[in-house]
Write a protein that binds this ligand. Structure first.
Ligand code: FAD
Length: 434
């Protein structure tokens, strides 16, 4: 006899595990399936796990601000202990340099004002008081290492930045996903590892379950695609690509870890910094290191890859990111041995995720997270559970999108914002910043 469940969730990353937790809380008997040996072992484990509140759209900002509170109140949200301990949220704040590239943060500030999100404006003196290793000369536009003039300052300085106190990072994203697994299991959810979904089963014009790589079938009336960079392959298996205006694909990324300059405890006194003048973001990392990610400048080639067949070694990209950051921190010592992460984003055409149903009744998707949805995992899970219940009750979400309540900030959002059938959202940053 085939195993059965009320809902199968393909993928046990942080959003997949949160979706399992929230569906299980709503009374679904869920089964999460992942081809990896444990929860959060895919791109979630490579995540920089930055929790920030500034986004280029009002909806994105509201969702991220709501998301922040779950990390702040992590233990209460989970309702259970984990034998491995709970993931730690370090609320170090986030400084965003104001530059012509981000229109001096005008839209972001407007969104924060309308949502009463706290922020402060830091002038150059305040920035260098807080980050004494920083030099604020301007280096825009970003260049490759072999471009003429790399590392030579242009005219002027970065004058100021916006500091958001309700921001930070989760020190161990894989552990946070294990926490969600334990929380989901406490509500009756089950997890199946080392099993690959190879087919989406259908019956009577709707999703009916999955077939695994060992040939076994698991039957369920609801199937949710939370497969990260494999999302388009799973959608193709389900035959649901036809009516989507937004596609998703895997993008390779490198993240740099370098030691902080001698004499400055960046791990203790540093903050997250998004710096479009040098096209880098950074945050404190364990062992007084600094983690440096890319803000995807136009001069960097985009490496679209197959999610299971890509170069997992560091390349020139590591070096160019490290040297770009050294423009801002002249005393930075760049070690010969490269440390950091190589992993994949699942990028949507407008870098805004798809949280939606599909043309196949019973088949749903939480995909296209574009390198910026770790922070939103708990609220995305909650919204997916509400969306699934809404659609399974017979409502037509495409014609009349669900209005979903964000409980912490007391605001409703139109879930149609995340539709697979939306036009490209021109307000997006079209980058990891969302
Ligand atoms: C380098 C990097 C840095 C990032 N930094 C940040 C950040 O600072 N802040 C932020 O908010 N977000 C960040 N993100 C994005 C964030 O990490 C992701 O949005 C989030 O982890 C996605 O979680 P997920 O549950 O969708 O799935 P993923 O972690 O992508 O996992 C998908 C799972 O699906 C499984 N799977 C796929 N196909 C199959 C199949 N056929 N059968 C069974 N299982 C399958 C995989 O094994 C995998 O475990 C970053 C991402 C990366 C890669």
């Amino acid at each position: 006899m085939a195993q059965t469940a009320d809902a199968i969730i393909i993928g046990a990353g942080v959003i997949g595990a949160a979706t399992a937790f929230e569906l299980a809380k709503s009374g679904y008997k869920t089964l999460s399936i992942d081809r990896n040996p444990a929860a959060g072992y895919g791109p979630t484990s490579g995540s920089c796990a930055i929790i920030r509140v500034h986004y280029s759209t009002l909806e994105g900002t509201a969702f991220a601000y709501e998301g922040y509170f779950y990390w702040r109140d992590w233990a209460d949200y989970l309702e259970v202990a984990d034998e491995r301990g709970l993931a730690e949220f370090r609320e170090v704040g986030c400084l965003v340099m104001r530059t012509p590239q981000n229109s001096f943060m005008k839209n972001h500030i407007d969104h924060c004002d309308s949502l009463t999100i706290p922020y402060e404006i830091w002038d150059g003196a305040k920035i260098t008081e807080r980050l004494p290793v920083y030099d604020l000369k301007s280096y825009w536009p970003a260049k490759r290492l072999d471009d003429e003039g790399f590392g030579e300052p242009g005219k002027g300085q970065v004058k100021d930045g916006v500091f958001f106190p309700t921001a930070g990072y989760v020190t161990d994203p894989q552990l946070s996903t294990h926490n969600l697994q334990r929380a989901a299991e406490a509500k009756g959810a089950e997890f199946l590892f080392n099993k690959r979904v190879v087919e989406i089963l259908k019956a009577d014009g709707r999703a009916a379950g999955v077939r695994l790589d060992d040939g076994s079938e698991i039957h369920a009336p609801v199937v949710v695609n939370v497969a990260g960079p494999a999302s388009s392959k799973i959608n193709e298996m389900a035959g649901v690509l036809d009516d989507m205006t937004i596609s998703t694909k895997a993008l390779r990324q490198e993240v740099v870890h370098v030691p902080a300059p001698a004499g400055f405890d960046f791990e203790k006194n540093g903050t997250i910094v998004s710096d479009s003048d040098i096209a880098c973001y950074c945050r404190p990392e364990h062992g007084n290191h600094i983690l440096v990610g890319s803000e995807d400048p136009e001069c960097d080639p985009k490496e679209w890859v197959d999610d299971e067949d890509y170069n997992q070694d560091f390349s020139d990209q590591w070096t160019v990111q490290a040297y770009r950051y050294a423009q801002r921190v002249p005393d930075l010592k760049i070690p010969r041995s490269m440390k950091g992460v190589v992993d994949l984003y699942d990028v949507a055409d407008d870098w805004i995720p798809i949280y939606d149903r599909s043309q196949l009744p019973g088949f749903y998707m939480a995909i296209g997270t574009s390198g910026n949805q770790f922070k939103n995992a708990p609220i995305a899970g909650k919204m997916m559970a509400a969306l699934i219940s809404h659609c399974e009750a017979g409502n037509d979400h495409d014609a009349d999108p669900l209005q979903f309540h964000l409980p912490y900030i007391g605001r409703d959002i139109d879930v149609g914002f995340y539709s697979r059938k939306r036009p490209i959202n021109k307000e997006s940053s079209f980058s990891v910043l969302g």
